[in-house]
Design a protein around this ligand. Structure first.
Ligand SMILES: [Zn+2]
Length: 248
């Protein structure tokens, strides 16, 4: 335990490892694979960060909290070969695509969801310092965008803003919830992100893992949003998965 770690404030969001760029790609994916719910695309883009807290909790992956290790995040990813190595993420991408394709019989969408799972590794290599394993025990990569706060903020908000814009254009609200929910989702993510970047670091690896699990709430939220928005194709709205057929 590092004594340099500042105590956590009481908001409960401190240091929660939510990064906006992954959500930007999940939102943008709606344009390419409109039949996949936003919940599914968030799950795919966030897959590595979704399983990571579980592996930390059972003790097979490790992170330390070291303020200053990068400018943006105090997290030192000591070991995470099962959630964040290229080899493992290729495996997860194939499994994700196979699961979706088998369940939904839509292999084009399944293929893109696999790409989305793998996109997480690519974005993380850009952001992280060289701690991203190629395979368990293999060389570690990282371009270190997190060493620059301005560059990180520009990249994260550009990806997220573009993704949100694409999602809102690819869909339309079917009711009041459909209008309000995407903005509430975006605002909550931005607040949590800014709290993680500018707030105090998490007090322990265990708290970090627990707050990390909260990322799954955004998967559920994605399904909720998607149920209240219809997919727009060539100027008309079609029913997502046939649910809106009654209203035309
Ligand atoms: Zn990650």
């Amino acid at each position: 335990m590092r004594t340099s770690a500042k105590p956590a404030s009481r908001t409960g969001t401190d240091g929660s490892p939510v990064f906006l760029g992954h959500f930007g790609l999940a939102l943008a994916a709606k344009r390419v694979i409109p039949r996949a719910s936003l919940g599914t695309t968030v799950m795919a883009a966030q897959w590595a960060d979704g399983i990571w807290p579980v592996f930390v909790m059972i003790g097979i992956e490790h992170a330390e909290i070291r303020p200053g290790v990068t400018v943006v995040t105090p997290l030192d990813f000591v070991s995470y070969p099962f959630s964040h190595s290229l080899a493992a993420d290729v495996g997860w991408a194939v499994l994700f695509a196979l699961a979706y394709g088998t369940l939904r019989k839509d292999w084009r969408t399944a293929l893109w969801l696999g790409v989305l799972v793998l996109s997480h590794w690519v974005l993380d290599v850009v952001a992280h310092r060289p701690d991203m394993p190629t395979w368990p025990g293999g060389p570690r990569l990282g371009a270190g965008l997190w060493n620059s706060l301005p560059a990180t903020l520009v990249a994260e908000f550009a990806l997220f803003g573009a993704g949100l814009w694409l999602y809102l254009r690819a869909t339309r609200a079917r009711d009041g919830q459909g209008s309000a929910l995407p903005w509430a989702f975006a605002a909550t993510l931005v607040i949590i992100y800014l709290a993680a970047v500018f707030g105090p670091p998490p007090p322990s690896e265990r708290v970090l893992a627990i707050t990390g699990l909260a990322g799954w709430l955004f998967v559920a939220w994605g399904y909720w949003i998607d149920r209240h928005r219809a997919t727009v194709v060539a100027g008309t709205a079609i029913a997502a998965r046939g649910l809106a057929a009654r209203s035309g």
